[in-house]
Design a binder for this molecule. Sequence first.
Ligand code: ZN
Length: 303
Amino acid sequence: METPTPVKPNAQLVQSEIECVNTPIQFPNGQLKHPVRKIETPKALPNVRCLVRARIPTVQGTEIFLHLYKNDQDTKEHLAIVFGNNIRSSSLDAVQEGETEMDRMIRGAYVGKLYPGRTTSTADFKVQQTETEDSDAPYLVRIHSECYTGETAWSARCDCGEQLNEAARLISNEGNGVIVYLRQEGRGIGLAEKLKAYNLQDLGNDTVEANLLLQHPADSRSYGIATSILVDLGLHDIRLLTNNPDKITSIEGPNDEVHVVERVSMIPKAWKGEKGVKSKELGDYLRTKITKMGHLLDVPDKL
Ligand SMILES: [Zn+2]
């Protein structure tokens, strides 16, 4: 029986991407990697505004403050998941013309905690703001892109759900920090296209080839909104949880609005001998991210 040959990307349609894939770049540690996208830094950051914030008690016992943002670049509801009491949104706290104290409390622009009968949004003797204990280190930040399949539909094709949980665990251990949750499903191509890409992967292509076959860039994400959200939250120096070198460069913004003082790796739990997502598909996906997208991860010898 004939072995089926995987369909290869249409070289004409995606020539620039392919050139990019094939041109290795050298990282500071001397390693040669193959990027799949050119880093495009926008000249100016998008404008963002926090519309509403609410306290969410979580199943782990940690309380988080969910901040919902609007922006002038797209119509999506991007989020900031804020841990601890020390990080405030300046656009949320800004006084809006004609608003009442009740309006401010309803949109989350209050200090401390809400309680039945509270009438003022500002700090009073009953709601003294207890600052979360701080270390000297800049806050830990994760920029996370939405992944319906990995976070909600139990998919083991990727480790997004595990990364989100792990980021939350690490940040809540420290007390303060932020997960910026961007609505850019499937590395920015949307859920429908991502599901097509999964079928192409089952037909023998890797995650990058599948995107290229669908005439999408290997990675369509952008991080300008995330940078603007960090600026709004008053975060300049951050420690970034990522394996993606593109993300480090992009998040710093066109005028160094944010500065990554340290990169903190996200090593898959199964690679550290812990209980974590494990599948053939995940192994292939991570290897492609390392070899074709320049992700800074070392595959353990025993895999
Ligand atoms: Zn995922």
